[in-house]
Every structure is written in structure tokens, then in C-alpha cells.
Design a protein around this ligand. Sequence first.
Ligand code: PHE
Length: 465
Amino acid sequence: MKEKNSFSGSIGFVLAAAGSAVGVGNIWRFPYLCAKDGGGLFLLVYLVLVLTFGFVLLTTDVAIGRKTKKNALKAFGALKKRWGFLGYLTFLVPILIMTYYSVIGGWITKYFVSYVVSDGSALAEDGYFTSFITSKVAPIVFMLIFLALTAWIVYRGVEKGIEKFSSFIMPGLIVLIVVIAVFSLTLSHTDADGTVRTGMQGLMVYLKPDFTGLTVKRFLEILLDAMSQLFFSLSVSMGIMVTYGSYVKDDVNLSKAMNQIELFDTGVAVLAGMMIIPAVFVFLGTDGMASGPSLIFISLPKVFQAMGGAGRIVAAAFFLMLGFAALTSCVSVMETLVANCMELFHQPRKKMCGLIGLYSLVTAVVICLGYNVFYFELKLPNGSAAQLLDLMDYISNSFLMPFISLLTSILIGWVVKPHWIISEVEKNGEHFRRARLYYIMIRYIVPPVMLILFLVSTGFVNWLF
Ligand code: PHE
């Protein structure tokens, strides 16, 4: 007998989908990209992309799921038999992401616990983060805690697990993030040489578009960063939103739900920037902001340290919130794997949870060991040096996702035609306001842009840059 899987209603779906979308990407990746790419300029480019590409890709995924009532693995085949391979390709993405997302979740858990049990001064020391992730036991232990929590929520099922947890975690996250952002704006610090920097100045750095030295090449770089951030942040083109879409009841207004998810995801990213960038600017100056991926685990502990007494409380709240955001995202990855396997092997949820749990456990241990036992440095086509974790991230985000979007947009735009999606959105007589935009984007804009993105990020067109 088929178990019934669905969200109780629109709000449940929106919160669960937002739970998937809002994750490490919003709170860690967005602010550092923003700092690197000229503050307000990046923000502007990103907002335009959300309203065009983000909206099109998200609508496509969710509508495919709801219309076919199938998981990604089978949905594409149900759409057009010869395109069934796309489902399998899509399924690869959560398979890869699952290997490392819980490892990052473990790092966050470790930092949270450290701030609860100690004053965190050790975390602010140079070399702390590296020595932690290269150690053999601790990263595995914290990853296990995080993974166990994830598996437990997925085990409880769609409505009692995912929906229930998202509906208290997500609002809580918003409250925490607003409180810390406001606190960030009130900060001020005087350097040894007497320079005073305030949170409000930091806010200006964040919001004011910086056009100095802007060339076409630089603009393309910013565009590329913003585009890849968009995929990752909205959890699109990886089968996750197709799966969640298949749990949405037929009477839900998709257009409205889509707007809410976009607003939620972008709102949290913008607020995260407001919370992190001014604080880093105040204590570490503009140099500190250029620190890139290490921002959260290396720069922020220094900021918390500089805040004095309040620093520890803010730090614990921050990592708690980040942990929650990562948890609901990790749940969506595992749920997608479990749901697809349930369909594939005709086995109950509990059994598949065990199997996928085991897969996640083994692969995550291997990823943890990628920093010591299996250490290597691989030069990626885009020029950066990668360890195991970065390699997985690169294959899924830079290689597979643009490729999947390219194929999906050809399938929807030219093979089954956009009306297939538009009619699903308008199913209950709702008005799909951006239907025309959708039509033009999915046929003429998304395919060439995805092709370029794919070629550029895989290094085939290095000469362009
Ligand atoms: N969207 C999540 C974020 O912004 C990341 C994520 C990626 C979640 C892939 C699920 C799957 O962090």
C-alpha cells in the first residue's frame, strides 16, 4: 500500500520549502560573496536574478512535482518518456550533497557547543578551525550528532517531521536573525590608531553599490557568482523542489506560495548580510570582509571575541540559528533521497531511512577524513584548489546544476511547451501574473544562459576570463 505523503496546506509547504532553501548558503555564502563583489552592486544583480531566473526555475520544479505527483527520478520520465534520464541525472545532486552537508552541519554544531560550554576565546585563535577540521575524531563525532537529528526528522515523515519542525524553526530563525542584525548596527569600535568604525558605516558598505574599477569582465564575474548562488540558495535543479512539489495539494495557490518562498529565502539572505557585514567591518575593517569562505568559522569568532561579554551569547545564538537553517536544508536533501528510493524499491519509509542513513554516514565519514587520511589538493577547472568536500560541492553545484537547468528548460520550453507548467499554476483559476515572463524566460533566456554558465564554470571557456 502506498503511504500518503503530503503537506497539510499552503503554509506547511511554504515553510518546509523555505526551510530547504534557507541554509548555510544564505547565512554564510551570500554575505561573503556580497562583501567580495562590491556590496550593493552584487545585491542589485542578485535581486534581479531572483525575480527572473529564480522564479522560473522554482516554478518549474514545483509544478513538475505537483502535476506528475512523482519524485524527480520518475517525474521526468512521466513527462516525456525519452527524457527519463534527466530524472536520474537530477537524483545525482542530492546523492553528492548528502555526502558533505552533514559534515558542515557538524562544524556548526561544534562551534555552537563550544560557545555554550566555554567563553570561545580558543575559537578566535589563529589556526583553530584548521586544526579542528584536520583532527581525526571530533569532526566525525559532531557530524554524527547532526546527521542523527536529520535522520530522526526524516524518519518521522512529511507532515509530522518535516512540516512540524520547519514551522517552528523557520519563524524562530527570523526572530533571531533580526535581533542580531539590529545589534550589529549598534556596534562601534576604535582601532589602536584612533580610527572609529560604526555599524551604520558598515551598513552603507553593504548597501551602497561600488562601481569603482568596474569592467565588463568584472561584471560577468559578479553575474556568475550571483547565478550560482541563486541555484544553491533556492535548492532548485536538484530534484528537491520537485519532491516537495509532489507533496503539495492540488488546491494550493502555487503562484502565491512561490512568491512567499522567494521572499523568505531572499529576505533571510539580505538580513544575514545586514547582521554579518557591519559586524565584520566594525571589528576587522574592509580587509576582514575579503576573507571569503573562512568568514564564518575564522573571522566571526574574532568578531565575537572583540564584542566582549555579549559576544559569547550572540555567538551561541548565531550558531544555533545557523545550525537550524542547516538542519532543515539537510532534511530536504535526505528526504529527497528517501522518497526517491521508496518509489524506486517499493519499500516503506522507515526501511529506506535506515538505508539512506547508512549511506550518509559512511560517505560523510569519508569526507571528514578528506582533511587528514585522504588529504589531497586538486586544482579545479575554475582555478581553485579543492579537497574532497570542495570536489563534491563543485561537481554538484558548478557542473551538474547548470547542466540540469539547461536540459530542463529545453524540455519544458521546447518539447512539452511552457503551457504545461502555466496550466498547472493556473489550475484552480488563479491568475499567473508572470506567465508571459515565464514563457519568454524558459524558451529564450534560460537555455543560452545556462549553457554559458555551464561552459564557464566548468572551465571550458577559461579564455573568456
Ligand atoms: N539551499 C540551501 C542553502 O542555501 C542549500 C541546499 C543545497 C539545501 C542543496 C539543500 C540542497 O544553504
